[in-house]
Design a binder for this molecule. Structure first.
Ligand code: BES
Ligand code: MG
Ligand code: ZN
Length: 492
């Protein structure tokens, strides 16, 4: 989708769909902009007959024959004093979903002036593009719906183009993540994930290392390899590197959980545990690779970025881990696997040790780690655990800019006793209560002192069964936009 900013008056603008965002106060005055495009008096009467008062979520669609625009969509944004960036986002999603059926150009005129232009423009443009994403790859008879291919942000000053140029790479990164997560587990294997990472690296000049099983054995990654040992598929440890040309001031690592399928292992998923959905257990890694794609194109200055995924499947066969096995991670710690379904943290353990050896300033991991996090925060909010307040603040800023919701959770030290093992240094699971917290505490065992670290549990947010705001039903690509904003210091 081509995105342009323009300060044309509506009378000079041409395109197929025009979406106007309106606040509740003084609607008639706001509609005067439409003078010349339609008969204002008939419009006022029509809106009255529809009881349209621009409350948040209200929408009226006007269609015309053989004219430019062919559709005008009026969108209620609620009271002006309560107007938030999120209202703009929701209004933009309504506009774009109602534009389905039209091709050509959509123009959007919102009350930008309440906000900083670049922030409002980014929010609206991302919403327009991402809310109409559809994945048709797995249909034998795909029927793509028509939708606008161009977007004009009307009334945004032309000097915001720097900001605008980030939107396409970011949205392409989110779309890549959604496609990786949406692909079924017989298609998206650890090898396919690795080859996708390689393609991204090639296209955007990133360094790419793929560690095979033997390489991981040499590094002593006993926790990660234990998870893989019940699968017929080869594990792939993926490491991409973005290096700015000069002047590196900050080095960061992002890690994603990459279980292309999680059967639970011998602690098999049964009942309501939705084993058939566990293709999305690589959601963290998808967002990492999506972010790599975006960052490769944006090419930020000053920051070196490492993207790391320890990918495999959690399956059952004669060589699979027994519940009760003891394994050794690459930092030498021994782990009693009292539950084979808590496999994500085992793969992350070795990925975190690997990342720490790179001596980054900070590490952020993204993982569909626990059902407990879904119970705590639901499907719209991801859990955030951080050992450093400054990093917490940066991530909260990055996420609030793009509307991905994070909620900081405690690293309650006293809960660590729940992970005490009689034989090994630590068990991989503690009691059911506070399960997402003990999972985060388990991860802290694999982080070197002095490195700031954040863990984001996206078990609830990486998938949606119904259209939800900017996310059409299916994979959401949650995390890509927060990571890119944070890594590139967009809006921070
Ligand atoms: N992949 C799951 C977590 C998950 C659950 C993601 C629901 C998305 C939706 C993870 O590997 C897992 O199975 N966790 C267990 C941990 C438990 C055994 C301590 C869980 O949450 O039940
Ligand atoms: Mg599991
Ligand atoms: Zn899992």
């Amino acid at each position: 989708m081509k995105i342009t900013v323009t300060q044309k008056n509506l009378s000079e603008w041409s395109g197929q769909v025009l979406a106007i965002g309106l606040v509740e106060e003084n609607i008639e005055n706001q509609l005067k902009k439409l003078n010349g495009l339609c008969d204002l008096e008939s419009l006022f009467n029509y809106l009255k007959s529809k009881d349209f008062s621009a409350k948040s979520g209200e929408m009226v669609k006007l269609e015309f024959l053989n004219s430019s625009p062919e559709k005008i969509i009026l969108i209620g944004l609620g009271k002006s004093e309560e107007l938030s960036i999120n209202d703009l986002r929701e209004g933009a999603c309504l506009a774009s979903r109602s534009s389905i059926g039209s091709t050509g150009k959509i123009g959007v005129l919102f009350p930008w002036q309440t906000f900083e232009f670049d922030i409002a423009a980014q929010a609206v443009a991302e919403s327009i593009r991402l809310s109409i994403f559809k994945d048709l790859r797995f249909s034998s008879d795909p029927k793509p719906s028509k939708s606008p291919q161009e977007l004009d942000l009307i009334g945004i000053p032309e000097d915001t183009t720097d900001f605008i140029s980030n939107i396409d790479p970011i949205c392409s990164g989110v779309e890549l993540a959604r496609k990786l997560v949406g692909a079924p587990p017989n298609d998206l294997t650890p090898s396919k994930l690795a080859s996708t990472a390689k393609e991204v690296a090639k296209k955007f000049q990133l360094e790419c290392k793929i560690l095979e099983r033997a390489d991981c054995e040499k590094l002593g990654m006993g926790a990660y390899l234990a998870v893989d040992q019940g699968s017929d598929l080869e594990p792939k440890f993926i490491h991409l590197i973005y290096k700015p040309k000069t002047n590196i001031k900050r080095r960061i690592a992002v890690i994603g959980k990459g279980l292309t399928f999680d059967s639970g292992g011998y602690n098999l998923k049964v009942g309501a545990s939705q084993i058939e959905m566990m293709k999305y257990d690589m959601g963290g890694s998808a967002s990492i690779i999506g972010a790599a794609r975006a960052i490769g194109e944006i090419a930020p200055i000053g920051t070196e970025i490492h993207f790391i995924v320890a990918s495999c499947e959690n399956m059952v066969n004669g060589s699979a881990v027994h519940p009760g096995d003891i394994v050794k991670a690459s930092n030498g710690k021994t782990i009693e696997i009292n539950n084979t379904d808590a496999e994500g943290r085992l793969t992350l353990a070795d990925a975190l040790v690997y990342a720490c050896k790179l001596k980054p300033d900070s590490i952020v991991d993204l993982a569909t780690l626990t059902g407990a996090c879904v119970i705590a925060l639901g499907e719209e909010i991801a859990g955030l655990w951080v050992n450093d307040d400054e990093l917490a603040q940066e991530l909260e800023q990055a996420s609030s800019l793009c509307g991905e919701k994070l909620w900081r959770m405690p690293l309650q030290k006293s809960y660590k006793k729940g992970l005490k093992s009689m034989l090994a240094d630590i068990k991989n699971t503690g009691p059911r209560a506070g399960g997402s917290i003990t999972a985060a505490l388990f991860l802290t065992e694999f982080i070197e002192k002095g490195i700031s670290w954040a863990h984001i549990d996206i078990a609830g947010t990486c998938w949606t069964d119904k259209d939800r705001g900017i996310d059409p039903a299916g994979a959401t690509g949650f995390g890509v936009r927060t990571l890119v904003n944070w890594a590139c210091k967009i809006g921070i």
